[in-house]
Write a new protein. Structure first.
Length: 180
C-alpha cells in the first residue's frame, strides 16, 4: 500500500514540477519586451551564424556573419531579406516568423499545450499552424527562448539555436525599418 502512495506522490509531484516550469516560461515571456541573441541556423544542412534583435510584437533585425552581408528585417508586417546582390520582401503573415515573433500567440499556445522535457535541459512546445510544424524550445533553468524548429509546406527543415540571450536592452527602433 505504501508503494502505491509513493508512486501516486511521485506522479503528482512530477506533474506539478512541469506546471511550475510552464508557469515560469509564461512569466518570463510576459516580462520580456525585447531580446537580443547570437544564433546558429541550419536550413537543410546549410549553416549560418549571426546576431538578432527582437522587439515584440513581430519585429526582428538579424545580421548574418556571411560574405554577402545578409540581413533579415521585419517591421511587424513585412519581412525583408537583403544581401549585396539581392532583395526579397514577403508578407510576414506568410512565414513561420509571424507566429514565433508574436508574444501573445506564443503565450496562448504555451498555455494550452503540453510541454515536453528534452534531455533534461530544454522544454519544447510543438504546434501546427498554416501547414507549418513549429517546435519552440526554452531553457529549463532560466526559461529563456533558446530556439525554434520549423518544417514548412515545402518540407524545408529550419533549426535556429539562440545563445548569449540578453533581455530588455535599449534598442533603436530604426533597426526595424525595412531596407530600401
Amino acid at each position: 500500500m505504501k508503494k502505491y502512495f509513493l508512486i501516486l506522490f511521485l506522479i503528482l509531484f512530477s506533474k506539478s514540477a512541469l506546471a511550475g516550469i510552464k508557469d515560469k516560461i509564461i512569466q518570463n515571456l510576459l516580462d520580456t519586451d525585447n531580446f537580443s541573441f547570437n544564433f546558429e541556423q541550419n536550413i537543410n544542412g546549410k549553416i549560418e551564424n549571426g546576431n538578432c534583435k527582437v522587439k515584440y510584437p513581430k519585429k526582428i533585425y538579424c545580421y548574418y556573419d556571411t560574405s554577402n552581408k545578409k540581413i533579415l528585417v521585419s517591421n511587424g508586417k513585412s519581412l525583408a531579406i537583403k544581401t549585396k546582390t539581392s532583395f526579397y520582401r514577403y508578407p510576414l503573415d506568410q512565414t513561420p516568423l509571424n507566429l514565433i515573433l508574436d508574444k501573445n500567440y506564443l503565450l496562448e499556445k504555451i498555455n494550452s499545450l503540453e510541454e515536453k522535457i528534452v534531455e533534461d535541459k530544454f522544454v519544447r512546445f510543438t504546434f501546427i499552424e498554416n501547414d507549418n510544424e513549429i517546435n519552440i524550445f526554452f531553457n529549463k533553468k532560466n526559461y529563456n527562448l533558446i530556439g525554434w524548429q520549423t518544417l514548412d509546406v515545402y518540407q524545408n527543415l529550419s533549426i535556429t539555436y539562440l545563445y548569449s540571450v540578453l533581455k530588455n536592452q535599449k534598442l533603436d527602433n530604426k533597426l526595424f525599418v525595412l531596407p530600401k
